[in-house]
Design a binder for this molecule. Structure first.
Ligand code: C2O
Ligand code: CU
Length: 488
């Protein structure tokens, strides 16, 4: 054959390949991460849709116990926290085999005071290793409970530290490499409240279980005999379940007897994001982010919560006496409120909230990049997978830094990644060069970065040691989407 015919065949093939690639790229751009996931997994779609389990009756919202100190010795308050296995009646019928702290499922609320010295005596009664990580707590690395502070099966570890940060709603969960996601899924998670004088002076709803409620939002899948179905549900882009379980309750309600109630929301799910709103589309007031109060309360109609994030909101139900309302995620009820016919009236929500210690100025223009990329098993930070023997970044204690976190879009369109860093709280400086909305201006330890987004955060480590940062989609974290920063 002639040379020119060969050449045109070659050009033709190349042309076809490029048209196919452009097409694929265009299709992908218009898809949501869930759609991508479904494409990857083939037939997973129905697993990802939340279903309200109408077979279950509405039940009162489970309220975790407040952990009482075990003792007090020379100025340190001692708490005992045990990770153990158990079983709980979550779905009607058979009990579910679970994990919990000091109980069957989830953990107690640990209430700490700013300034106090505490000792946590942690005990691992599981038959495998775990760790006790205090998510959002500003403490040195040796007490942080990250992947380098493993507690072996049937052993104990004591940690002692000073509570140095302002009032906030934090949480705790395990962090052993390769086992975090499953242990959290099976029930290891609890809340930590830090209280301080600023908070007390604000007269906010703070009567636990009356006008101040913990709301741990999780999604779970169950097998036919009511067991957690992590194995079949696990997928490399994060485990999502079709049942919402709030503080361990399916279809929960609370009876509201006050005009204003405070909800301390935690997205304790492995990988699902929520966009919460009220059923009657009324607005609510956000008072705190991950690390504490906003400077001023923010009025919102909906709030997005990525895995690991917290938010405190106040609902005012004065106009809904005798009615039933719902907090919803899309069409699914998260929490039902049965509002009493007559309500106890509390003080108005204060106009200023934040303690004066949080500074706003940006002291440096040195920007450092952190690049999130990939999906599924291909996830990476700065092109690398986690290696506990590698230090990825170094910081000086007390020094202020600006990190620019990017999320690389790829051929498949990419995914949202909730970026979390240990041992400190940060402030979001900008999203895609623009100032963030008022409800994201408080202290944060977890921030959602969408594909093609560029989020700048101002960060200052006050504590020394080796801390991890990672994607809080727990399956991404397990797939190596984690790095280490050494604070010297
Ligand atoms: Cu909530 Cu590194 O964790
Ligand atoms: Cu991720």
């Amino acid at each position: 054959m002639k040379k020119s015919i060969w050449l045109s065949i070659l050009i033709g093939i190349l042309l076809l390949i490029s048209i196919a690639m452009i097409g694929l790229w265009l299709i992908n751009r218009g898809m949501t991460p869930n759609e991508h996931r479904n494409m990857d997994m083939g037939t997973q779609d129905e697993v990802l849709v939340l279903k309200e389990d109408k077979g279950e009756k509405l039940k009162p919202l489970e309220l975790p116990k407040i952990l009482a100190p075990s003792s007090k010795e020379n100025n340190t308050t001692i708490y005992d926290i045990e990770a153990k296995s158990g079983e709980a009646l979550i779905k009607s019928g058979e009990k579910t085999r679970t994990l919990g702290y000091n109980g069957n499922y989830l953990g107690p609320v640990i209430r700490l005071q700013k300034g106090e010295e505490v000792t946590f005596r942690t005990k691992n009664s599981l038959d495998e290793e775990t760790s006790f990580h205090w998510h959002g707590l500003v403490v040195p690395d040796n007490v942080d409970g990250g992947p380098n502070q493993i507690v072996q099966a049937n052993s104990e570890k004591s940690v002692n530290f000073q509570v140095s940060q302002d009032a906030a709603t934090l949480w705790f969960h395990p962090h052993p490499e390769g086992k975090t996601a499953k242990q959290v899924y099976e029930g290891l998670a609890g809340l930590i409240y830090i209280e301080d004088n600023n908070e007390k002076s604000k007269d906010l709803p703070s009567d636990y279980g009356k006008n101040d409620f913990p709301v741990v939002i999780q999604d779970r899948n169950f097998t036919a005999d009511n067991q957690f179905d992590y194995e079949t549900d696990q997928n490399s882009d994060g485990t999502q379940g079709e049942n919402l379980v709030i503080n361990g309750t399916i279809r929960p309600y609370i009876e509201v007897k006050y005009d204003k109630i405070r909800l301390r929301l935690l997205n304790g799910s492995n990988a699902r994001e929520y966009k919460l709103k009220m059923s009657n589309d009324t607005s609510f007031t956000q008072i705190a982010t991950d690390g504490g109060f906003l400077e001023k309360p923010a009025t919102l109609k909906s709030i997005r919560l990525a895995p690991g994030e917290r938010s405190e909101i106040i609902l005012d139900v004065a106009k809904e006496k005798g009615e039933t309302l719902e907090l919803k995620d899309g069409n699914t009820n998260v929490l039902t409120f049965k509002v009493a016919d007559s309500l106890l009236l509390g003080p108005p929500i204060p106009e200023e909230l934040e303690s004066p210690e949080v500074t706003k100025e940006i002291a440096t223009d040195k920007v450092e990049k952190i690049e999130l990329s990939g999906m599924g098993t291909m996830v990476r930070i700065d092109g690398k997978k986690f290696d506990k023997n590698r230090i990825d970044k170094v910081a000086k204690q007390g020094e202020e830094r600006i990190f620019e976190i990017t999320n690389q879009d790829d051929m498949m369109g990419g995914m949202n990644h909730p970026f979390h860093i240990h041992g400190t709280q940060f402030q979001i400086v900008s999203r895609n060069g623009k100032e963030v909305t008022e409800n994201e201006r408080g202290l944060k330890d977890t921030v959602l970065v969408a594909p093609n987004e560029k989020v700048q955060v101002k960060i200052r480590f006050t504590q020394k040691g080796l801390f991890v940062y990672h994607c809080h989609n727990l399956e991404h974290e397990e797939n190596g989407m984690m790095g280490q920063i050494n604070v010297i």
